[in-house]
Design a protein around this ligand. Structure first.
Ligand SMILES: [Ca+2]
Ligand SMILES: [Ca+2]
Ligand SMILES: [Ca+2]
Length: 561
């Protein structure tokens, strides 16, 4: 079980309270998260119920030129310190600063609801209602969660397994040899449907740490690639390093069963080669699930550990912080310390970059549930369902020049639109274009919606009817002075052009309507006496169409005696 961390003397400070199934956070003795939940009760348990709502992440220079990115929890711990010696304001994002400046109470949250703290065009209240970060301009209500897939342990175990024996070389803690079993990360990403646009992955552990790995081999010695195999290595053994023989001065653990029978400078043979692995077994035994220790350090490595082999194989070296470096393999900055890039208790793999128009899913930085349930989520640049294209048009009938406004109504993630309006190959790539029809005709309109999941086309045949004039029908009367005016529908059809729109007054028409010529006839029915609004029904005995088409666009045409 994970332990409750206790911190004294820090107020605007987060700790992970993980004694319950769901991960949660609280500031010891503070009022900020209760204030937030009191003001916005619906966000409980969402990604906003988290330090990242008010705190920023950050990065620090681990060694010259090498920056390490930290999530908001870890960044606050790093920059503010467990002893509260740092400046807390440095850990706040723009929303957290506005809350701070306005009095840091529930009234402050209400007061800043109308502000746009992060300047992304949406007020804080609107963003919070949409479960979007009010202090992060990269997250806003126009974006949808990126596609994601959750893998269970049973699913991972059902995939092709890979086992490899390797050195885990750390720079500060002990080195060890071990045999890991799991799924090559490359295979896992293929299974998840990684997109051609993907460039790498960021692996997150629930204590806030993350590591980026490019897909392809990178010249930076500390960037461990996902694809392909790593170089073969030799086995390095020395009694001086062996912690079994030298519990205090040794630095490498050779106690794994898989070390048995190996000798110094033997070639390590791994069928299939050394790969970046999402491991779930070590020496054939399930990895111990990660827990958070008293000092806020993650203990344990399971259920899943992302294990990169050494890019440049080296012997195990003495810990960098050890007093005695007068040993066979002293600490060597230039040797490959791949264990530092091995993410313990990995719960989230974000495939970079996020597809356009998408944002982080709702569990970023909260992953303890996944540890408990032995799940890992992969999201970002992975396959998703193609969008489903649809659209509306208004008006769909009228007199030329007829200006029609089209509105895309597609579902799914759409990043581009291609419209065809049916006249003279005119197209548009706007989301909601307007188009003017100058010639009378029946026009077929289509839109193709394209997103990261593919494309879909919706075509509406004969959607738009453009005519040079309307025809009016009213049994007695003058059609409120509209022309041409007919006293029977059939008389109007006989006189009509190839395309005609009839506005028919409400009432009974004891006619048997026959259309037997190649005409496109539209009935708009049930108009009041001024022909402005359909208000009732127009009733005919029957309608027979042997040639041409008849379309009902508006109003109510009732057929039958
Ligand atoms: Ca905003
Ligand atoms: Ca925002
Ligand atoms: Ca080492």
């Amino acid at each position: 079980m994970k332990k409750l961390l206790t911190i004294t003397g820090s107020v605007f400070m987060v700790i992970l309270m993980v004694s319950v199934v769901l991960s949660a956070y609280h500031h010891e003795g503070e009022v900020d998260s209760p204030n937030f939940l009191a003001q916005y009760p619906l966000i409980a348990g969402s990604k906003l119920d988290h330090c990242a709502t008010c705190h920023t992440g950050g990065e620090y220079e681990k060694k010259p030129g090498k920056w390490v990115s930290l999530g908001s929890c870890q960044w606050c711990h790093y920059s503010y310190g467990y002893d509260g010696s740092g400046n807390i304001v440095d850990t706040l994002n723009s929303y957290g600063k506005d809350y701070w400046l306005n009095g840091r109470d529930q009234a402050a949250l209400a007061a800043i609801g109308g502000l746009d703290s992060d300047g992304d065009g949406y007020t804080n209240a609107v963003e919070i209602a949409a479960i979007r970060y009010p202090g992060n301009a990269d997250d806003d209500p126009s974006k949808v969660p990126a596609p994601s897939r959750v893998y269970t342990k049973a699913q991972l175990e059902a995939m092709a397994q890979h086992t490899q024996f390797m050195l885990m070389n750390t720079s500060r803690s002990g080195d060890f040899y071990a045999q890991y079993t799991g799924v090559p990360v490359e295979d896992l990403l293929q299974d998840a449907g990684i997109l051609a646009s993907a460039t790498g992955i960021t692996v997150f552990a629930p204590d806030g740490w993350s590591n980026f790995h490019p897909l392809e081999l990178d010249s930076d010695p500390e960037l461990y690639h996902v694809e392909g195999v790593y170089p073969e290595a030799l086995y390095y053994y020395d009694t001086q390093a062996d912690t079994a023989l030298n519990p205090f001065s040794g630095w490498c653990d050779y106690s794994a069963p898989s070390c048995a029978g190996r000798s110094h400078q033997d070639l390590i043979v791994n069928p299939g080669g050394l790969k970046m692995l999402l491991a779930f077994k070590r020496e054939g035994i399930d990895l111990d699930p990660g827990v958070l220790a008293e000092d806020n350090k993650l203990v344990g490595e399971g259920p899943y550990r992302l294990v990169p082999p050494q890019k440049v194989p080296s012997p195990p070296d003495q810990a960098s912080n050890a007093d005695d470096q007068d040993v066979i393999w002293p600490y060597d900055f230039n040797w490959d310390h791949s264990a530092g890039a091995a993410s313990r208790s990995a719960t989230i793999i974000r495939v970079e970059p996020l597809p356009e128009g998408t944002t982080d899913i709702d569990i970023l930085e909260a992953g303890w549930t996944y540890v408990d349930e032995e799940k890992i989520v992969i999201y970002g640049a992975i396959a998703m369902d193609a969008p489903v294209a649809d659209f509306t048009a208004t008006p769909t009938a009228g007199i030329v020049p007829l200006s029609v406004h089209f509105t895309a109504q597609s579902t799914g993630i759409v990043t581009s639109w291609e419209w065809a309006f049916g006249d003279d190959n005119e197209t548009s790539t706007e989301q909601n274009p307007s188009h003017t029809y100058y010639s009378p005709g029946f026009y077929t309109v289509s839109v193709t919606a394209t997103g990261p999941g593919g494309s879909d086309t919706e075509t509406k045949a004969h959607l738009i009817a453009a005519v040079s004039e309307y025809s009016y029908v009213q049994p007695e009367g003058n059609c409120n002075e509209h022309t041409p005016c007919y006293s029977s529908i059939q008389a109007g059809i006989s006189a009509a052009d190839a395309i005609a729109i009839f506005k028919i007054a409400e009432g009974a028409y004891p006619e048997d309507i026959v259309v037997n010529a190649d005409k496109q006839i539209i009935f708009e029915s049930g108009f009041d006496s001024t022909f402005t609004t359909p208000s009732g029904e127009s009733k005919v005995n029957s309608v027979t169409v042997s040639e041409g088409t008849v379309t009902l666009k508006k109003g109510l045409l009732v057929i039958g005696k």
